[in-house]
Every structure is written in C-alpha cells, then in structure tokens.
Design a protein around this ligand. Structure first.
Ligand SMILES: *Cc1c(COP(=O)(O)O)cnc(C)c1O
Length: 455
C-alpha cells in the first residue's frame, strides 16, 4: 500500500463509504484523467462509465474548459454575490434562461445540487407566505425519489437506505408511490395501463392541496432511487395535477440536466411543461467545479419584490454563490454544446447503445433493462419470474464494483441495479468496449452460488 493511501485511511472519511470496507478495498489513487478514462498511480485505467458521479459531460481534461478556468483565474477567482456581481454570472444567467424550458426568467445561484433544491423548496414555501396563503407549508414527493443529502432535501427524498435513520428530523410531507414499471406499485402492465399509478398522487392533491406548497420530482429518471425510468405521460399528468390544484412544480434536473437523457433537459420530453422551479447542478459545469442554480418564474419573483420593510426578501445565500470560476466553466461547457454539436452527436450514438443494452436481457440475472439517452440500468434479480432481488446484505453492488475495476470499468451499482451514466463525449468504439466488458462481468455473476463463491 502506498504511503498516500496509508494517510488517506488514517485521515480521510469518504462519502457513501463504509470505511471498514476500505481495509479490504482501499480507495484508488487517481492521478490523472483524459476523456472518459481515469488513470491510477499504477498506470491502470478505468472507464468513467458513471461520469464521476453523474457530473462529467465533455470528458476529462477538455482543453476549452481548462482554458476558460485559467483565463477567469487571471482576473477574478471569487467575490461575494450580495451587492456585487460579475460578468460570468450575468452571462451564464442569461444563457440558462435562453435554453431553459417553459417560462423561467430568473436564476438564483448556489453551489451544489442539494442547495439548488433547498432554494426551490424555501422559495416555494416563502412565496405562499409572502402572498398571505399561510397554510401551504408541505411538500409532495415520490417514493424512490432523491433530492440531496441535507436535512431539508432528505425530508422530500424517498430512499430509505440513505435516510431512514434521520427520519425523526424530517418536516412532514406527503409521499406518493413511484411510477416504477418493472415493479408496478399497483400491479399493472405498462402495455395496457393508463398511468393509473398516478392515483395516489391525485388523491393527496385532491384532499390536501390547501396544505401543499409544491410537488418535487426528478423528471423521467429517479436516479439515486435505482435509475427508475418512468413514462413521459406520468410526468405530464403530474405537471397538470400541479396546475389544477394550485401547487408549485419543482423539477429537479440536477442529475438529468445538460443532455444526459438525449435532450438538454429531461422535462423537454413533455411538451409545454411549465415548471415553477428548475434545479440544476452536477453537469452544469461539465463536472469541473461545484455550482448550483435554481431557475424560477417572474410570478414567483414578483412575490418577493417589495419594500424592504415588508420582509419579503429571500434571506438565503451561500458563501460560494455564483463562484466566477464555476460560472466561467459553465459558460465554456455550454459553448462546447454548440460548437461540437454535442446533442446531435449523442442522438446518433443512442440507437447502438440502446440496442446493445437489449442484449443484456439474455443474461440469467438480468430482470429488467431500461434506458433513456445515455443513462441505462440493469436490474439484477435471483429469479426472473418472481423478480426476487438481492438483499442489502448480499452486497452485490460492492462485489460488482470490485470486479468491474479489474475489467477497467468504474461501475457503482445501487444495490442490485447496475447502471451506466455515460459522458456525452463517448465515442462508439469506447461504448462498444465498455458494454462488452460489462456484459462479460455481469455474465460471470450468472448465479448467486457463483457470487457467494467469490467472496
Ligand atoms: C445528486 C443529486 C442531488 C444533490 O446534489 P449534490 O450536489 O450531491 O448535493 C439532488 N438531486 C438529484 C436529482 C441528484 O441526483
């Protein structure tokens, strides 16, 4: 073990990591990255098949992005954003408004995905207070939804494994079942259903809308909850329910934004979707620097616009709000989208990606295959008929992660759900190589017995 790793294990506490496992599987010391490959200090490479936790867009070490950061660094690294402003933030706000769906007209910056969501939740809440509707103080969200790790965002998340222990701290909110077609909450079949799983959400709104400030949703993909890809019709219906019952629609595109689903924003799959809030982070800087943004409408904005003595100000802000380096990076990334015709290039590669994913259905453990844009997931089950999944204790995710590394793949399954969350710069031959390696990896886990033997 290298000296540095020894120090890591002595001084560092890693996120989403049982540090006890690090004895057997110490973290990998990454030295550099190029395109979609990460290189460790021993000269091994790993395909970054999950975009370094869903944020990398144009690949690592992109010359244009590096240049933009260096140029910005020469003039201004940071300045507070209250009473002061700067060119990268102004131009980025203008640009985001120009590409955003619906009638979003204002950008509130922060510095990560959880804060982008917290801002939307607090703005929605305060909006109703500011206009004198004092009872709208709750939120509705989905089971298996995920909106961040702060206490406020955990309260509207639905991933028990991560959050249950903290539940006594949560404010009360309503949860609706998620549109999880492979494990349909009402035992219907997508081929014949009429999105009936929206029933419980409709019921909550019908009965409680006077208490509800907003619905919060990840559009089309419940990412951390298991890369659950759901029908556009559900999103369309949820959006129209929000309008009908006078509650805000908060669209959390922190993971799905910036082309990952094949469109700039996933909510563009639904025509005329009008979010009241759009939360952005992760891919906003192409994965180079932390930045969050919450976009909202003029209607919301106007409810805060008043004489100071009225106390309608949004008293919220983070030290690194709209960091100039991050904003300059985001602008460079959006220029790359245009200069390199990124979305068109992605669209060309998708049929090959999706067709190859279908091929995984042949494998004995693969119960479900789902995909949208550059996101795809394989849900592993012990028995395809009963759909019995793997238990938490079986640690298939840990095992697949470890075996994947041996095949130059960075995969980090969510329980029994193995997923790809690919950078937009991926080329066909890289994709073919990644999927070939993954196929043989999953194939080698062909029986649970086999899995046990490995351990
Ligand atoms: C990752 C994620 C967040 C939280 O972002 P952080 O930057 O990790 O705080 C919020 N919402 C969604 C949908 C995410 O995937």
């Amino acid at each position: 073990m290298s000296k540095l790793i020894e120090k890591d294990l002595k001084f560092v506490w890693h996120p989403y990591t049982q540090m006890k496992d690090c004895k057997k599987a110490p973290p990998i010391l990454i030295e550099k990255a190029r395109g979609i490959k990460l290189y460790d200090t021993n000269g091994n490479f790993y395909y970054d098949a999950i975009s370094s936790w869903w944020c990398n867009i144009h690949g690592h070490n992109h010359p244009k992005i590096k240049k933009a950061i260096k140029k910005q660094l020469d003039s201004l690294e940071h300045v507070l954003f209250a009473g002061f402003t700067h060119k990268p933030a102004i131009l980025l706000a203008e640009k985001l408004i120009s590409i955003a769906p619906g009638n979003l007209t204002r950008v509130f910056f922060s510095d990560n995905g959880s804060t982008a969501v917290e801002v939307a939740l607090k703005m929605s809440f305060q909006y109703w207070q500011n206009i004198g509707v004092n009872k709208k103080i709750k939120f509705v969200s989905l089971d298996n939804g995920y909106h961040g790790d702060t206490i406020g965002t955990m309260s509207v998340s639905g991933v028990d494994l991560f959050n249950k222990v903290f539940s006594p701290l949560f404010y009360s909110s309503f949860k609706a079942p998620s549109p999880y077609c492979y494990r349909c909450p009402i035992n219907k079949d997508r081929m014949s259903c009429n999105i009936d799983c929206i029933g419980p959400l409709e019921k909550i709104l019908k009965e409680k809308s006077t208490e509800i400030a907003a619905i919060i949703l990840e559009p089309l993909v419940l990412c951390a909850g298991g890369m659950i890809i759901y029908p556009e019709e559900y999103l369309a219906k949820a959006a129209s329910l929000a309008k009908r019952f006078n509650v805000h629609l908060i669209i959390d595109e922190v993971a799905t934004g910036f082309g990952r689903t094949g469109k700039m924003f996933a909510c563009e799959y639904v025509e005329n979707l009008l979010p009241d809030f759009l939360c952005l982070s992760k891919g906003i800087t192409a994965g180079y620097l932390p930045l969050g943004a919450t976009l909202t409408t003029d209607k919301i904005y106007q409810a805060f616009y008043a004489d100071y003595k009225e106390k309608k100000t949004f008293f919220h802000g983070h030290t690194f709000t709209a960091n100039p380096l991050a904003c300059a990076t985001a602008l460079a990334s959006l220029e790359i989208f245009e200069e390199e015709n990124v979305l068109e290039r992605v669209r060309k590669i998708l049929p090959f990606f999706h067709k190859t994913m279908e091929g995984f259905k042949d494998l004995p453990l693969v119960g479900d295959v789902r995909y949208l844009g550059l996101i795809a997931a394989l849900e592993l089950v012990k028995d395809k008929k009963t759909k019995q999944g793997f238990t938490f204790e079986e640690k298939v995710d840990f095992e697949i992660f470890r075996q994947g590394l041996k095949r130059n793949l960075l995969l980090r399954p969510l329980g029994g759900i193995v997923y790809f969350f690919l950078p937009l710069c991926i080329q066909r031959k890289e994709l073919r190589d990644i999927l070939g390696r993954a196929y043989s990896l999953i194939g080698s886990f062909s029986s649970l017995a086999n899995l046990k033997r490995r351990r």
